[in-house]
Design a protein around this ligand. Structure first.
Ligand code: MN
Length: 256
C-alpha cells in the first residue's frame, strides 16, 4: 500500500474549473483600480439585462496586463468596436471601416460609452429592438500598453491616462491580428451628429507591422474565438457569453 502523500492538494471542484490563464502567476493578484461606481452608468442605462445577454459588468477579475478587444458589430450599420482597458473599464470607439494597417489611412473612431471588462468575451446576438441589437463577433483580442517610445518612462496606466486625456493616445497592440504601434487622435469634442462623445482618428504608425495598401478588415472575416462568420453567428441565434455566467440552454459548449 502506498503511503499517503505528505502534502496532498485540495481537489478543485471540476464544475467550477476555470480556463487556465497562461499569464497568471502564483502571486497575490495585482491590485488595479476598480471602475468608479458611475463609470458604467451610461452603458447600463442603455440596456435591459433581462433581454440581452450582454454583461452588466462589475464582476471581472482585474488582470495585471491591460486588454484590448475588437468586435465586429452588425447593428443598424456594420462597424467595428475597438475597446482598450483603462481604469477598470473598456474605453470604446465605434470604427465604421475597422482598423487599417496602412499608415496613410485615418480611420474615423467615434467614442462611445465605456463598456465593462466582461464585454471582452461577448460574441453572439443582441436581441432586435435592444440597444445595439444585432450580431457581435470577436474579431481580435489581446494585450496592449502605452507606446514605450512616448511613455517617457511612466507606467502604462499613467502614460495611457495622460494620452487619453490629451487626445493623443499612443498604444502598442499585441493581438491575434493587430500588432504594433497605433495612435488615437481626438479631432473634436461632441456633441456632433447623434453623439455627445468626441470623434477620434485611429491610425497605424509606420513600423514592422504596417502594411500599406492592405485591408485587414476585409482579409479576416471570421471570429478569433469561434472561427464563425457573421452569418454563422447570426444563424446560430445564440447569446454566446463566455464568462463566469453559466451557458444558456442551447448555446454552444465552452470554448476551446
Ligand atoms: Mn457597436
Amino acid at each position: 500500500m502506498a503511503k499517503p502523500g505528505p502534502s496532498r492538494k485540495a481537489k478543485p471542484d471540476p464544475s467550477r474549473k476555470a480556463k487556465p490563464d497562461p499569464t497568471r502567476k502564483s502571486k497575490p493578484a495585482p491590485t488595479r483600480a476598480k471602475p468608479a461606481p458611475a463609470a458604467l452608468d451610461e452603458y447600463r442605462r442603455k440596456r435591459d439585462f433581462t433581454k440581452t445577454a450582454e454583461p452588466a459588468g462589475g464582476t471581472a477579475t482585474l488582470a495585471s496586463t491591460l486588454r484590448f478587444v475588437v468586435q465586429k458589430h452588425a447593428a443598424r450599420a456594420l462597424h467595428f468596436d475597438v475597446r482598450l482597458e483603462l481604469d477598470g473599464v473598456m474605453k470604446s470607439w465605434a470604427v465604421p471601416k475597422g482598423p487599417s494597417l496602412d499608415p496613410a489611412v485615418k480611420r474615423l473612431a467615434m467614442q462611445v460609452e465605456d463598456h465593462p471588462i466582461e464585454y471582452n468575451t461577448f460574441e453572439g446576438t443582441i436581441p432586435h429592438g435592444e440597444y445595439g441589437g444585432g450580431t457581435v463577433m470577436l474579431w481580435d483580442r489581446g494585450m496592449y500598453g502605452a507606446d514605450p517610445a512616448t511613455a517617457e518612462g511612466a507606467s502604462d496606466d499613467v502614460a495611457l491616462r495622460r494620452g487619453y486625456e490629451r487626445g493623443d493616445l499612443k498604444v502598442v497592440l499585441d493581438g491575434e491580428r493587430l500588432h504594433g504601434s497605433w495612435v488615437f487622435v481626438r479631432t473634436r469634442f461632441g456633441p456632433g451628429g447623434s453623439s455627445d462623445k468626441p470623434s477620434w482618428l485611429m491610425i497605424k504608425h509606420r513600423d514592422a507591422f504596417a502594411k500599406p495598401g492592405s485591408d485587414i478588415a476585409a482579409e479576416y472575416m471570421t471570429s478569433v474565438e469561434s472561427g464563425r462568420t457573421m452569418e454563422q453567428i447570426a444563424s446560430a441565434g445564440d447569446n454566446v457569453w463566455n464568462s463566469d455566467k453559466p451557458a444558456k440552454p442551447g448555446s454552444r459548449p465552452a470554448r476551446k
